[in-house]
Design a protein around this ligand. Structure first.
Ligand code: PEP
Length: 252
């Protein structure tokens, strides 16, 4: 179902005690979050079990993972399965983040498998896509992004893709402080919804939640979230500050 959603990607940041302090600050301000926005935090995997316990009595804050494997169990040393995430009440899982595509060579097919495996367990994938600066400059960014979506997500059935959250994250904006303009974000996200409409129909496309990510902050969130196809944000650096994360989450 399409919704306003703000997800914090903590990446490989914070020691356990620092992470618990940040979680406490987020929980302390839970009354201030707008009830019409889904607020998700994605801490490092090693903290998920403890966070799941802490969040048991705070349903306003949902738990997300930053990655998963596509098998349910077995000899896959170091990996985490969607079944295991499900057992911790994880509701979302980021897949295909540009950092994983770059450092771990994640392929289109692997991401399709991860998306399907998550959906089998009722976990919503947050599927990231986005172009490098060279691709943006050479003006083939629209084709590049559409290919990322077509090659992975068009392997899903209509009822599956309707559950996928797509995060458009231009790589040149991630962690750089250089945010895409609201017009740039809307251009790409409008194209994504139009492409899904063409492939799967209006109903499926209108159910999808589309996020923007890349130096999203309190000072630019309002303008970005006002765009018709920007349903929220995937927030990296700014999600490590509880007050700023709250402000971003309340920017609709
Ligand atoms: C991200 O990595 O998903 C991200 C959006 O990072 P930042 O907000 O720090 O650019």
């Amino acid at each position: 179902m399409r919704k306003h959603l703000v997800a914090g990607n903590w990446k490989m940041n914070l020691t356990y005690s620092e992470a618990k302090q940040l979680l406490s600050r987020i929980i302390d301000q839970k009354e201030k979050y707008s009830p019409s926005t889904e607020v998700v935090i994605c801490p490092p995997a090693i903290y998920l079990a403890s966070f799941s316990e802490h969040l048991r009595n705070h349903p306003a804050i949902k738990l997300g993972a930053q990655n998963c494997f596509h098998q349910d169990a077995g000899a896959y040393t170091g990996e985490t399965s969607p079944a295991q995430l499900k057992s911790l009440d994880v509701k979302y899982c980021i897949i295909g983040h540009s950092e994983r595509r770059e450092h771990f060579n994640e392929s289109y097919d692997l991401l399709a498998k991860k998306a399907k495996a998550l959906l089998r367990h009722g976990i919503q994938p947050i599927f990231c896509c986005g172009e490098q600066l060279e691709v943006r400059s050479s003006n083939v960014y629209k084709e590049f992004i559409m290919k990322q979506i077509e090659e992975s997500l068009f392997q899903l059935k209509p009822e599956e893709i309707a559950q996928v959250v797509i995060a458009y994250e231009p790589i040149w904006a991630i962690g750089t402080g250089k945010t895409a303009t609201a017009i740039q974000a809307q251009e790409v996200q409008g194209l994504i919804r139009a492409r899904v409409t063409k492939q799967f129909g209006e109903k499926v496309a209108s159910e999808m939640t589309l996020l923007y990510g890349g130096s999203c902050k309190a000072e630019n969130a309002r303008e970005l979230f006002a765009q018709p196809d920007v349903d929220g944000g995937l927030v990296g650096g700014a999600s490590l500050d509880a007050a700023e994360f709250l402000q971003i989450s309340n920017s609709f």
